[in-house]
Every structure is written in C-alpha cells, then in structure tokens.
Write a protein of this length. Structure first.
Length: 682
C-alpha cells in the first residue's frame, strides 16, 4: 500500500482550519517532536498557534504529504478537492455529518459520496475521525491531547472509534505504540488497507484492531494474508453486533449463531487472535511485541506466595493454557535450589527462603525452565509504590539470567495493573522480558499468543454471502423438500413416506415397518406444536398419533435406534461475515445447552474435527462410560454434505438446519431438516 506511506509518514503537514482543532494538531506535532514542515491554512489569520499561515491551499510552498481538515463538512469537501488538484499525499477528514449521520441528516450519504469524488485517487482517512499518530516518525495529525511518546519500534493499533483511540494513547503499561490510527467512516481507506500499510513498515512488530464491523471481507482476507506473509501477528477486540446479523431466522440456531458468532468464526478462520477487553488487547500486543506468538500453551509460574500461585492457577483455568507437571530433572534441580521445605509443583510457590538472594533466585528460576518444552515462564512480581525496590530488582536480574541461560521466553506478571510501574515495564521490556500488568488480562494475552502460535491456515477463500434479500423474498422448504435437497449431496436420512390423513399414515407405517415416527408437516418447530410422535410400534398407534396432531399432512419415517449422540448441524448466512457453519449438541434441548462451535464455510475436515472435539458433549462422540464411539467418518460425511449444499447454492441459501443428526456407531442420520432460501425469480 505504497500510496498510503506518504500520508502516514509525512515530511510536511498542512493544517486546514484555524480553530481549536487545527491549533491542537500543530501543538500535537510539536509535542511528539515532528521536525518537518508545518503549514497552517487560514483565509484571515496570519498565524495559527504561533505558526505562520497561508491564505489557501493553492498558496502552499509545495504539495503537502499529509493534511488535516479541521473545518466543517462542506468546507472539507472543497479542501479535499484542492489538495487532490495539487497532488497532496492524503488527508484526514475530521468533520462529521456524513454517512454516519444519514438517519439524522438526509444529505449525509450524498456528502460522503461527494467527498470521495473530490479526493479521486488521493488517500483520505475518515470522515468523522481523529486522524493518526506516528510515534516512529514523530507525526501527529491529531486534534486533541495524546499520551504517545517517540519509539524506535512498536505495535500499531487501528480503531473505528476515535475516543477509544485517545484513551489507548494514555496507557501506562509500557507498551510501545508505533502507530495509532482511527478510521472513522472508512469511506475510502478501511481497517484492512490501513493495516496492510502499517504492517509493511519494518519497525512495526504486531497489529491490534478495535473493530465495530468488518466491511469488505475479501480485503480483510488480504490483511490476514499480509500478516502471515510478513510474520506479524494480529489481535482484535470485536465489539457490537450488526442489525443485519440479527435478521429474523426460523431455526433453533438463530439464538446461537448471529453476528458475534460470525465475527469470532471469521477472526479464527483468518488467524487473528481475539480478546475480550481493551486491557487484554494491550497486554497481548505487548507480549507479541516482546516474544511473538508462543509455540505452545505450556507455561510455568513462579511466585513467593501460595496466594499468587492459586491466583495464577484459577485465572488460567477457563483458558486454553497448561501448567505441565514437573519433570524429574526439574524436581531435582528445584530441590537443590529450595531445600526440603518447599512443595514442588507448577504453579510453584518458592516461598521467601531465597528472597533477596540473586544467585538462589536464578538457580530456582533456571531449574524451573530447564529440561522442559515450556513456551513461557511467568514470575509473579508486584512492585512497591513509590519506593526503592532493590530486592525486587534482584528478581528481575534473576529472570533476565534465566532467559539468557535457558532460551525460554520470560514474563514478569503483576497481580494488579497498578503494581507494574510504567518505568519498570519499559525497562524490563528493553531487557527482553515481557512485563504483563494484571493477572486476568496477562493470562488472556498468553492464551491468545499461544493460539496464534498453533494456528494453521485454511486454503479455501471465504464463501461470500451476497446482497441481503428483501424481507418477503424468502421461502421455507418443508422437511420433506429440505431432506430431498440435502439428499442429493449425500446426506443419510431415514426411510420416509409422505401421507395425507391418518389412514394413509397407518398404511405408511405398515409399509416401512415399525417402530416409526410420525411428524406433522407445515410447522416450523414441530415438537413445540405437538406434531412429533416417536417410537410408534403399531400402524394403529401411528394413526392415533396423526389424529391428535394439528395438521392433515404427515411424514412417516423409520425410527432411528442405536443413537449415541444427537447433533445440530446448520449453516446461516451472516451478511457481515459470510456463511457460518454451526456444530453443536442437538435435539429439543439445543438452545438450552448452548453447546456449539462456529466455523466459516468452507471448513476443511481438520477444522470440523477440531470443532467437534471442543464441544462439551465430545466424550459422547468418543465413547462414554463403555458406550461405543460414533462413526467419525459418517459424522464427518454428514457435515460435509450439509456444507456442500451451501457451497452449491450460495446465491439462494439463507438458512439451513439439520437437527437432530442422530449419530450411531455405523451411521449419521438426519432426522429433521429445514431450509430457508430466496424465492426463485418469477
């Protein structure tokens, strides 16, 4: 994205507008140490914030590399056109009142389109954005205070929220932030384009995203591919749920697979780690800056307190982290370092017997890290407030010596963010030790880095959802139609006969052979409507069941026996993220259990197997308490058949669900199905 580099790494900056915002940009540039040319533009003022001003853009001594437009929305369009005419490098449009306000301002969309026409090929950030900070080249197209200081290398953070960006600049966690960029409306330059541009800077080590919504999925795929090619990981905090993804659905999956599920599946598919708080975003970026992705989830913890050891264990428990038991060689070396009074375990409470003894601390830490395949060693250490800490400095020295001796990545972890002073964090990061501030966010960061290190790419591109249909442009296929459609892709189903009326039901039961199932047709949730009768052992019982149902059309099916597990398999069209494949515990309790995993279509067999293993009911699939395992090959074939239907009809499919899929030792049988799709053209 070479066309963005001139804007993001400017040597000259024009500031259009002489009000508070324009003056603040000039002050921000001085604060961060910008050494290039600063050119205020104002038609009446001789100077802005003490800097000589030019009457208009045409009067500038040269085309600026970057311009900040601190004027109203109409003036911003005129200024954008003038900058494009002189071949400026790009502009930040601070003004609001464009597409983000279309509900309140009828001309908002039109003005945003006019802004894009005025820009032509010139890059524009926004509108409705604060701009950006570049702490590498000391540039600040930023109309407010900020907390960044110059750095030689660091992470980049991109946000769709200007105020969140401002808050992030004030972090005191020791994270070196190289770029902080706000995207605003993303009218021209979205997070994907900006992300690729900053990742291409060799001084950037990792990328953080604060995402409210993903726009162009193909460009987002390109960002993920650039991240992999450059070896620079991405971590994201995804907020909000789009109105599109809350569109009315008719399946059980509606409450389980919406925008959040689609977003999580998208990020996982593309190898972008996801965290759930701003604190975890910052800590993950710090860990990635210091160590990069971790090769495994195997970690060790050392502290001089049993309480801290318990906190570490409890905080890690819900995460995909492992504290491997100590090996004999570790135990022997630890016993030599700590003596007989300390219980050896991981997490380790090494007590205070060796506190203040650098050699003993080094021997203990090195023993814990030696002869192991640990990805990270964590030493819990909370620094005193506003006081010299020579004994704590000995712990830091021992951690540094351990890292040098063993080659294992090391982190200092404070129980609270408050007890990791910023000066300490910066100093230890400079020694190659990662300072993690606050136990919960620290371990969430470790889990995210470990996930990144083990992630493997899926070759197939995402299946795009296409345009949203009109509300009345959809039809729902009944169970028999849905099963017939899925059967053409190889889905295994019970023997079935359609029947009109109770007498026909009895004849069908006799033909199929009991036991049978009778289902009333034309109803969405048949069980809720009392339109499903199971285990009917005579034709007369089948007739009586049909007579009690609120419909005259029926489906008579063989009763599938030998069930070891019931699964749900569905595909929902998520307009924001693609087609979401959901696998989970099936049957009438699907929504209650909420035991589901989400993938994006197309998913490969390895992804599907891994998702099945993550389900809470996974033990049922593998054989539980002496029961045989389900046929994994049949189960996989059934899931792939559902996916093949989606792949064959992406333009028409809106929603597909098989529930339950009865899993046996020899078969995986779809006992119910529904499909919602676009109406065919007249």
């Amino acid at each position: 994205m070479a066309e963005l580099h001139r804007l993001l790494r400017p040597r000259s900056i024009a500031v259009v507008g002489g009000g508070t915002w324009g003056a603040n940009v000039l002050r921000a540039c001085r604060q961060i140490g910008f050494e290039g040319a600063l050119w205020p533009v104002h038609p009446r003022k001789a100077a802005v914030a003490g800097v000589p001003a030019f009457a208009d853009i045409a009067a500038l001594p040269a085309p600026p590399d970057a311009a900040f437009l601190g004027v109203n929305r109409h003036a911003a369009i005129a200024a954008t056109r003038a900058l494009a005419d002189i071949d400026a490098g790009g502009a930040v449009c601070f003004a609001s009142g464009f597409a983000e306000a279309a509900a309140e301002l009828p001309d908002g969309d039109d003005l945003q389109a006019a802004l894009l026409r005025a820009a032509g090929d010139m890059p524009v950030l926004g509108p409705n954005c604060y701009g950006f900070l570049n702490a590498l080249d000391h540039a600040a197209l930023w109309p407010d205070i900020h907390g960044l200081t110059p750095v030689g290398s660091g992470v980049a953070i991109l946000t769709q929220s200007s105020n969140i960006a401002l808050n992030l600049t004030m972090q005191r966690r020791g994270l070196p932030i190289a770029y902080l960029i706000t995207a605003g409306n993303q009218a021209q330059q979205d997070l994907s384009a900006l992300g690729i541009a900053v990742l291409e800077d060799p001084r950037v080590t990792a990328l953080g995203l604060y995402i409210e919504g993903v726009g162009d999925l193909r460009r987002f795929e390109a960002l993920a591919e650039a991240s992999r090619a450059l070896g620079k990981p991405i971590v994201a905090l995804k907020m909000g749920a789009s109105d599109q993804a809350r569109a009315a659905t008719i399946s059980h999956t509606a409450s389980l697979a919406g925008s959040d599920a689609g977003a999580r599946a998208l990020l996982a598919r593309l190898g972008i780690a996801q965290v759930d708080s701003l604190a975890a975003l910052l800590e993950t970026l710090k860990l990635l800056h210091g160590t990069g992705p971790l090769p495994s989830n195997r970690i060790a913890s050392l502290s001089c307190s049993g309480g801290e050891a318990c906190l570490m264990a409890d905080a890690a428990d819900p995460l995909d982290l492992a504290f491997p038991p100590l090996k004999p060689a570790q135990q022997k070396a630890l016993r030599a370092a700590l003596g007989p009074k300390v219980a050896l375990a991981n997490p380790l409470d090494y007590h205070t017997y060796i506190w203040g003894d650098r050699a003993a601390l080094t021997a203990c830490f090195t023993a814990m890290m030696a002869d192991s395949d640990l990805a990270l060693g964590c030493v819990v250490l909370d620094f005193p407030r506003d006081a010299p800490a020579p004994d704590w400095d000995l712990v830091v020295a021992a951690v540094a010596a351990t890292r040098a001796a063993t080659g294992v990545a090391m982190a200092l972890v404070s129980s609270l963010p408050d007890t990791m002073p910023e000066a300490v964090a910066r100093a230890v990061l400079g020694q190659g030790i990662v300072p993690l501030a606050g136990l919960p966010e620290a371990l969430e960061a470790v889990a995210a880095a470990a996930w990144l290190g083990r992630w493997r790419p899926v070759a197939a591109p995402l299946l795009l959802p296409g345009a949203e249909p009109a509300p009345k442009a959809a039809i729902t296929l009944g169970e028999a139609q849905a099963k017939a459609a899925l059967g053409t892709h190889g889905l295994d189903m019970p023997q079935a006969i359609k029947a009109a009326g109770p007498e026909a039901v009895a004849r069908a039961a006799a033909q199929i052979g009991v036991p049978v199932v009778v289902k009333g047709q034309g109803l969405t949730h048949k069980t809720d409507a009392g339109a499903v009768a199971l285990n009917l052992t005579t034709p007369d019982a089948a007739r009586a069941a049909a007579e009690a149902m609120p419909t005259g059309d029926f489906l008579v099916e063989e009763q599938i026996t030998g069930a070891l597990a019931e699964l749900l398999v569905s595909v929902i069209r998520d307009p924001a993220h693609g087609f979401v494949l959901t696998l989970g515990a099936g049957g009438v309790m699907t929504e209650l259990w909420g035991d589901v995993q989400h993938l994006l279509v197309p998913a490969d067999p390895d992804e599907i197997d891994a998702a099945l293993t993550r389900l809470r009911i996974a033990p049922l699939l593998s054989g539980f308490r002496g029961a045989p395992p389900v046929s994994r090959s049949a189960l996989r074939a059934a899931i792939m058949a559902v996916q093949e239907y989606a792949l064959a009809a992406p333009e028409t499919l809106l929603e597909l669900e098989v529930n339950p899929l009865i899993c046996r030792a020899d078969r995986a049988v779809a006992c119910d199905a529904l499909i919602r799709r676009r109406k065919p053209p007249p």
